[in-house]
Design a protein around this ligand. Structure first.
Ligand code: ZN
Length: 297
C-alpha cells in the first residue's frame, strides 16, 4: 500500500500490519520534519482503512478507493490551519459531525494537517473527542513540532516518529522519477533528508551547480573571472537566501580540509546581515566577491 512512498519502512510495515490485524488506534500523531512523507503515508493509510475490498488482493479498486482518489470520499476529511493557526472553530466544526455514521466505509478518518499549529483552545476542544471518540472514528494528527502539543493530547495518541530519508534513497528516487544524474553529495546534504525539499530544489539544480562552480574557483581564478562566475548571483535576487545557505554548506565541508574556507562562512554571514538591513543589493554582492577573493587564496 505504500509502494510509491520512500523512506520510513518500519512505520509503513507497522501501519500495514495494524490494518491487516484490525488493530487500529483511534488517534495517531505523525511527527517529523517537513517533506519526509508524513502526509503521503497518512493519506495512503486512510485510504486503506476506508477500503471495502479484500486487502489481500492487489490492484482492484473498490468504490471507496475510487472516491478517495478523486477527493470525493464522504468519510474522509482533511483539516488544515486557516492562516497561521488552526482555530477552535475548526475543531468545533469537526465535532458537530464527528458522531454521524460513515456513509461508504466502515470507518471515518479525519486528517489534521499541521496540527502543531492548533491553538491551546483548539487542542483542549479536540481533547474531548480524543477522550471519547465514536467507535468508527480515526483521527490522524500530523505535525513537525512535538513540543507544540499538550501532554494530554500526546498521551491520547499513538505517536509515530518519522525519520529523514537517507541520502542514498533520495538519490535513487530522483534518478528514477526525474532522471537526475550526477547529484553531488553536498547538494543532497542541503535536502536534509526531505524528499519534499529535494523535489523543490530539483528544478533549480543548474543554479546550484553554478554556486558549486563559483566556490571551486575562488582560490585559483582571478578577480575578473570570478566576477563572471558570480553573475548569476545578481540575476537571481529572489533566491539569494537559498544560494547563500548553499554556499555555506559548501564552505563548511571544504573547511574540514582547508582552513582558508572558514573565512567564506564569515563573509556569507556578513552579506546576509547587510542584505537584511536593506543594504544595496548589487553592492553587497560585489563586496562578497571582493572579500572572497581577498581572504581566500
Ligand atoms: Zn479499496
Amino acid at each position: 500500500m505504500f509502494d510509491t512512498i520512500i523512506g520510513n519502512k518500519e512505520i509503513k510495515i507497522n501501519l500495514e500490519k495494524s490494518i491487516k490485524n484490525g488493530n487500529l488506534s483511534h488517534s495517531y500523531l505523525f511527527l517529523g520534519r517537513e517533506g519526509i512523507g508524513k502526509k503521503k503515508i497518512a493519506r495512503e493509510f486512510a485510504k486503506s482503512i476506508l477500503c471495502l475490498g479484500d486487502k489481500e488482493k492487489e490492484g482492484t479498486e473498490c468504490k471507496s478507493c475510487l472516491e478517495f482518489d478523486t477527493d470525493n470520499h464522504p468519510d474522509f476529511s482533511i483539516i488544515q490551519p486557516e492562516g497561521n493557526s488552526l482555530k477552535i472553530d475548526q475543531i468545533r466544526e469537526l465535532q458537530t459531525r464527528v458522531s454521524e455514521k460513515p456513509i461508504i466505509s466502515a470507518k471515518k478518518v479525519y486528517l489534521i494537517d499541521d496540527s502543531d499549529k492548533m491553538t491551546t483552545e483548539a487542542q483542549n476542544a479536540l481533547l474531548k473527542t480524543l477522550e471519547e471518540p465514536p467507535e468508527f472514528v480515526i483521527i490522524i494528527l500530523i505535525g513537525s513540532n512535538e513540543s507544540a502539543f499538550l501532554t494530554t493530547i500526546r498521551s491520547r495518541c499513538m505517536i509515530l516518529h518519522f525519520q529523514p530519508i537517507p541520502d542514498e534513497e533520495i538519490k535513487n528516487f530522483l534518478a528514477k522519477q526525474y532522471q537526475m544524474e550526477n547529484i553531488s553529495n553536498t547538494w543532497l546534504k542541503t535536502c536534509q533528508g526531505s524528499i519534499g525539499k529535494a523535489i523543490e530544489l530539483n528544478g533549480k539544480i543548474e543554479i546550484y551547480q553554478k554556486v558549486e562552480e563559483f566556490v571551486q574557483h575562488i582560490a585559483q581564478a582571478n578577480l575578473l573571472e570570478l566576477w563572471k562566475k558570480a553573475e548569476f548571483l545578481k540575476e537571481d535576487k529572489d533566491q539569494i537566501g537559498g544560494l547563500l545557505d548553499y554556499m555555506n554548506v559548501l564552505f563548511l565541508s571544504l573547511a574540514k580540509e582547508d582552513y582558508r574556507y572558514t573565512k567564506g562562512i564569515e563573509i556569507i554571514e556578513n552579506t546576509k546581515k547587510r542584505l537584511k538591513s536593506n543594504g544595496n543589493y548589487d553592492m553587497s554582492i560585489d563586496n562578497l566577491i571582493l572579500q572572497m577573493k581577498e581572504q581566500i587564496r
